[in-house]
Design a protein around this ligand. Structure first.
Ligand code: MEV
Length: 445
């Protein structure tokens, strides 16, 4: 029998306990209970009313998990300058976004365009009746479904959104009796998840009523069985493009004596590799999401939904590929990111999280479309910085410089030791061993 470990048991009724008791129970699982309690509590907000906001975001909150909130300044998009709030723990991401934003601000900035803003929801149902009958009354059904959700859609329509259209999808070849009611929505400036899911659940009930009460189905043996109703996070038509372009000459000297043309062509080859090879594509796109997720989190948006859509989009032709592409023609470098980004600037966390609200104000309270363009530009900025380093000096020099503080903190360097280390490593290669040795020498001298 394996030996039972200290934490290896079920905790019953945890969610019903008071926060203090939850902290106590969790701390009891740690080696030093007192220290654990102190640690958890030390990250509580000193202002109770502010802490309450965080406690209520999610169940079983026992502390707050801090991640740095920073700014990538000077992101020029369509001629407007934004100082973009970013939340990320990876040391080099903000520096990368900032440096490539500066680089492109001197070359016309980022250009961006929202292609479309369509979102999708699905009612998945089983039905064994004759499909042609359903097709015959589909226009009538659409009208019925719109009527059934009139109350729910009223406010959204007043804000310029609402239901766009309904489609019937037949999957009976793959799963017996399986159809889908596929609905497209415009959710204006909100991400719209709650709106879409509410509409879908109402459609589901209305759909069943329609089958039950319409004369055309009276001889059909099977009633419509709803399997589930939920939005889809795959939003290929909630699409944005961001790009930069310049003559080769504007890239001259980007690294040592490399010409602009040499750089552009090597950069293009690197992107082509990410269009060809899934291992490289995954890392390449991860670099895009370094920037995208950081702005999504800072503005209170659902970065998991954005990531899921982006990765699915990267596979749209059956193979996972780079989300960015490079075109070279007439001595010009054109580099683009095309990606679905479903986000909101009203509702949800955007107004509840005090820092998300602050972020949106810092960006000038953009519409959802404007934020899509900013987010895509930061994604492109991060990808540019990564590929620029990879095809020139390599990634580690910059990474390790940014990582220096993490290493110094890890070995508990004092302020004075940190200052000396920062000065020393301007001209010396950073590695964990080298930093440790430098601090040891300081301490022994
Ligand atoms: C690191 O977070 C991201 C990179 O690996 C992206 C890339 O390789 O393109 C640098």
């Amino acid at each position: 029998m394996p030996k039972r470990r200290k934490r290896d048991f079920l905790i019953r009724g945890f969610s019903k306990l008071l926060k203090e008791d939850k902290v106590k129970i969790v701390s009891e699982l740690m080696d030093n209970q007192v220290e654990a309690m102190e640690l958890l509590k030390s990250f509580w907000h000193s202002d109770n009313s502010k802490q309450k906001i965080f406690d209520e975001f999610s169940e079983n909150t026992i502390s707050n998990y801090y991640i740095p909130y920073g700014v990538a300044p000077n992101v020029v998009v369509n001629g407007r300058t934004y100082h973009v709030p970013v939340v990320i723990e990876e040391s080099s991401v903000v520096a990368a976004a900032s440096s490539s934003s500066k680089f492109w601000s001197e070359r016309g900035g980022f250009k961006a365009k929202v292609v479309d803003v369509e979102k999708i929801g699905q009612v998945h149902f089983l039905w064994s009746g004759t499909k042609s009958k359903l097709e015959e009354v589909f226009d009538e059904l659409k009208y019925y479904l719109r009527g059934a959700t009139k109350e729910t859609t009223k406010n959204m329509e007043a804000r310029g959104g609402g239901i766009i259209d309904f489609k019937l999808e037949d999957f009976t070849d793959e799963i017996e009796n399986y159809y889908q009611l596929k609905v497209t929505f415009n959710t204006a400036d909100s991400m719209g998840a709650n709106f879409i899911n509410s509409c879908l659940e109402e459609f589901a009930t209305a759909l069943q009523d329609f089958f039950k009460t319409h004369d055309i189905f009276k001889d059909d043996a099977m009633e419509c069985e709803i399997v589930m109703s939920i939005l889809s996070n795959y939003t290929p038509n909630c699409l944005v493009k961001a790009w930069v372009e310049c003559d080769f000459a504007r890239l001259d000297g980007i690294y040592k004596d490399m010409t602009g043309e040499q750089f552009a062509r090597k950069f293009q080859t690197a992107v082509k590799i990410a269009e060809t090879d899934v291992y490289r594509a995954t890392t390449h796109n991860k670099g895009v999401f370094n920037g995208i997720d950081a702005v999504a989190i800072a503005t209170g948006n659902d970065f998991r939904a954005i990531e899921a859509a982006g990765h699915a989009y990267a596979t749209r032709d059956g193979k996972y590929r780079s989300l960015t592409s490079v075109t070279i023609s007439d001595d010009r470098f054109y580099y683009e990111l095309e990606i679905p980004i479903a986000l909101g600037t009203v509702g949800g966390l955007t107004s509840l999280h005090p820092l998300a609200k602050h972020s949106l104000e810092l960006l000038g309270n953009p519409s959802a479309n404007e934020l899509m363009m900013i987010v895509a530009s930061v994604g492109l900025a991060n990808n540019f910085a990564a590929i620029r380093s990879l095809v020139t000096k390599g990634i580690q020099i910059g990474h390790m410089k940014m990582h220096l503080y993490n290493i110094l903190n890890h070995i508990e360097a004092t302020k004075d030791e940190k200052d000396k280390a920062v000065e020393h490593f301007v001209t010396n290669k950073v590695s964990y061993g080298a930093v440790q040795k430098f601090i040891d020498n300081l301490r022994n001298s």
